[in-house]
Design a protein around this ligand. Structure first.
Ligand SMILES: *[C@@H]1O[C@H](CO)[C@@H](O)[C@H](O)[C@H]1NC(C)=O
Ligand SMILES: *[C@@H]1O[C@H](CO)[C@@H](O)[C@H](O)[C@H]1NC(C)=O
Ligand SMILES: *[C@@H]1O[C@H](CO)[C@@H](O)[C@H](O)[C@H]1NC(C)=O
Ligand SMILES: *[C@@H]1O[C@H](CO)[C@@H](O)[C@H](O)[C@H]1NC(C)=O
Ligand SMILES: *[C@@H]1O[C@H](CO)[C@@H](O)[C@H](O)[C@H]1NC(C)=O
Length: 509
């Protein structure tokens, strides 16, 4: 077991802004004063062995100090949540629950004083340590955290720590944003204790945080000088973070490898909860990264009360991460300039820079930068990508929806919607849809195409035509790179009738 040098520990404590003396257990009572003493920091009494709780208010500068975790102020770069400073650790109620294959019941870990929680636990530094952290309005008992923990322990013998801070995460949003700084300070102290007492190596640590938990992970990584092995941000929260300094948000300086899964990166006014810009080594944009299929998100989603208040698209990020742990489907994510290009089928190719795999296995790939992936609307979310191009022939414009079923050597897909629902379809145009199927069909041998005209509204007013002229359909398989062409001998699709077409051997019509 490798021991960490004490001088290195001292360096970390300096990074943490923690005075060594505050780590000593004492019986002195905490004092609480409000002072207006100029801009210098509140002085700690030489005889006191505890850090007093002091609130300093001068002009706009405010600071709060708590024993063990240190001081928190609102000067730049920590002015992203200007009016709010964190509550006391007792009010935030941080809990660390350790699970291993040896203990199904959790063991509580603490970082304070001389307790023996770490020494008496099943924590084993020869193994990976995965830490799961929730965000706004969640708490330690979230089922999604238990599910991720269970999946991890099924595939590997690791130390899994679930971090709960429900009391601090269930007040107002601003209060939760402030409180996460204390959660990060406490988690850093726990990790330092694990290094010191159990031989943990920071490179073996993987923090997995959702929403504000992603930024909690980032702040923890920053406090530990970016030495943590990996941080996965599951839809890192946008409000109070987007466009702020990288010191306050999860970014690539916080760990040796940082991967973000973006599922709800819209502005607050549009009802988004996630950050929309790339900040990690690899940023995965899922279905464009703004909203998710199968979700009806509204502005109320993120800020309404209760667990259900965490919006569907925002929560999809942890569902995807969970599925990725044990899925045989590869979650292939492609390099692309933006989602418009991706939706046009222009990026189902791993060049330039290589593809990556969204989720648990992202660290197995060398790809860096933004990567794009489409998923299905419900579990299993992962699918194989196919770009389907409908080449419209010459005839009348219409309004309707086109579906395609692929039949291959290994199986068939469901009927997948290629055009937008009830889209205006114009003569002579090409319509491209990037669709996903939970199974890879192998060599595509035939397809079935179906056209449903728009029914119109009152008395069928504005409905689509019964026929729509189509010459050919092209299919490109993203995962295999193969391209197929299918020809329509009738040169048209008829409302509600399926046309089954064999692959064109020459690739031409
Ligand atoms: C510490 O505080 C508690 C309750 O606030 C009080 O009962 C106790 O007397 C105090 N101890 C000292 C040493 O001041
Ligand atoms: C500190 O004092 C303020 C003002 O009297 C009070 O509201 C607050 O609860 C106190 N905090 C602690 C941690 O005792
Ligand atoms: C505010 O907090 C930061 C981070 O702990 C610290 O580096 C900085 O010196 C503090 N600013 C003041 C004016 O105390
Ligand atoms: C810690 O884990 C290693 C590797 O899995 C194992 O060989 C060792 O026996 C474990 N130590 C204890 C105390 O369980
Ligand atoms: C997407 O990228 C393409 C190619 O770089 C560019 O021409 C286009 O303007 C971009 N579209 C958006 C919406 O940014």
């Amino acid at each position: 077991m490798q021991r960490i040098r004490f001088s290195t520990l001292l360096q970390w404590m300096t990074i943490l802004g923690i005075q060594t003396l505050s780590l000593a257990a004492t019986t002195t009572n905490t004092t609480n004063t409000t002072t207006t003493i100029g801009t210098q920091k509140p002085s700690v009494s030489a005889t006191s062995t505890r850090l007093p709780v002091v609130t300093t208010t001068v002009n706009n500068f405010r600071e709060k100090c708590y024993e063990y975790v240190g001081c928190f102020n609102n000067s730049a770069p920590f002015n992203n949540d200007e009016k709010t400073l964190p509550l006391a650790p007792e009010k935030i109620g941080v809990e660390f629950r350790l699970f291993t294959r040896k203990n199904e019941e959790y063991e509580k870990l603490t970082y304070k004083g001389n307790d023996v929680s770490v020494k008496n636990s099943h924590f084993n530094s020869s193994r990976r340590t995965r830490v799961i952290i929730h965000g706004f309005q969640n708490n330690v008992n979230e089922q999604w955290m238990a599910d991720i923990k269970d999946s991890l322990l099924l595939i590997e013998d690791s130390n899994v720590i679930i971090v709960g801070w429900g009391p601090g995460a269930n007040g107002g949003y601003d209060s939760a944003v402030a409180n996460l700084r204390v959660v990060a300070a406490e988690l850093s102290l726990l990790l330092i204790r694990l290094v010191k007492e159990a031989g943990l190596k920071l490179k073996d640590v993987h923090l997995i945080g959702h929403s504000l938990g992603a930024h909690t992970s980032g702040d923890t990584g920053r406090r530990l000088g970016g030495q943590i092995g990996r941080i996965t941000g599951m839809d890192p929260a946008g409000p109070d973070f987007l466009n702020y300094n990288k010191a306050v948000l999860l970014d690539k300086t916080d760990a040796m490898f940082v991967d973000n899964i973006h599922t709800n990166g819209k502005t607050l006014l549009e009802g988004g909860a996630g950050i929309s810009t790339p900040t990690a080594h690899v940023d995965f944009f899922v279905n464009g990264g703004r909203t998710q299929p199968g979700c009806k998100d509204g502005l109320s989603g993120f800020f309404s009360g209760g667990v259900a208040g965490v919006a569907c698209s925002h929560g999809r990020s942890h569902q995807l991460f969970l599925e990725s742990i044990r899925s045989e489907c590869p979650f292939t994510a492609y390099p692309c300039a933006n989602q418009s290009e991706f939706s046009l089928g222009k990026c189902l190719d791993c060049e330039p820079g290589g593809c990556s795999e969204m989720g648990f296995y992202a660290d197995q790939h060398k790809a860096r930068g933004s990567r794009f992936i489409n998923t299905r609307a419900k579990a299993p979310f992962c699918g194989f990508h196919y770009a389907v191009t409908i080449h419209a022939g010459h005839g009348d414009d219409t309004k309707g929806t086109i579906y395609v079923t692929l039949r291959g050597s290994w199986g068939n897909t469901d009927a997948m919607m290629v055009t937008e629902s009830e889209e205006k379809l114009k003569s002579g145009e090409d319509y491209v849809g990037v669709v996903v199927s939970p199974n890879e069909v192998g060599n595509v041998q035939s397809i079935t195409v179906k056209y449903n005209k728009y029914k119109g509204w009152l008395f069928g007013l504005g409905s689509g035509n019964t026929v729509f002229a189509v010459d050919a359909v092209d299919v490109l398989s993203g995962e295999s790179g193969k391209q197929y062409t299918f020809c329509l001998p009738t040169r048209q699709l008829t409302h509600s009738q399926s046309a089954t077409l064999p692959v064109s051997p020459s690739g031409e019509c």
